[in-house]
Design a protein around this ligand. Structure first.
Ligand code: CMP
Length: 139
């Protein structure tokens, strides 16, 4: 059965460009409830740990530098079928492939600076949410 929660980050490019409010508005209008939220900046070590699954990829260094380059918004979101529906809302990883009207089509610059992160499974949604939030930070 599909889970009810996913995890997102609004990435440094989208925050720096002043798109944080517009992206949060799209998320709420799509029916996601905010369970936890934090405005913060990752250190290089934290970004490296968050994206550890990509450690062997050629873009890992670039990804860690970028994700620690400025503030981000991290959030746990709730909705039926959360992981899949959120990935539909944000669109393909590469904005060149993202469908019209998706967050990445509207706001992402490139495959690296792609405006938002969305968990790819229920298991990773739980791991990623736990990375940022304690139980008493969830509502
Ligand atoms: P995200 O959904 O946060 O998960 C992993 C991230 O790695 C992905 O979004 C992209 O920002 C980044 N990424 C994936 N492929 C590439 C690539 N070929 N070059 C640079 N960054 C990439």
């Amino acid at each position: 059965m599909a889970g009810k929660r996913t995890f997102t980050m609004i990435k440094p490019d989208a925050v720096a460009d002043g798109n944080m409010g517009a992206i949060l508005s799209m998320i709420e209008k799509a029916g996601f409830k905010v369970i936890a939220m934090k405005y913060t900046q990752l250190s290089q070590a934290q970004a490296g740990k968050f994206y550890e699954v990509h450690k062997e990829r050629p873009f890992y260094g670039e990804l860690v530098d970028y994700m620690s380059s400025g503030p981000i918004v991290a959030a746990i979101l709730e909705k039926d079928n959360a992981v899949e529906d959120f990935r539909t809302l944000i669109g393909a990883t590469n904005p060149a492939d993202a469908a019209e009207g998706t967050i990445r089509k509207l706001y992402a610059k490139s495959i690296g600076e792609n405006a938002v992160h969305g968990s790819d499974s229920d298991e990773n949604a739980a791991i990623e949410g736990n990375f940022y939030f304690s139980e008493c930070e969830r509502f």
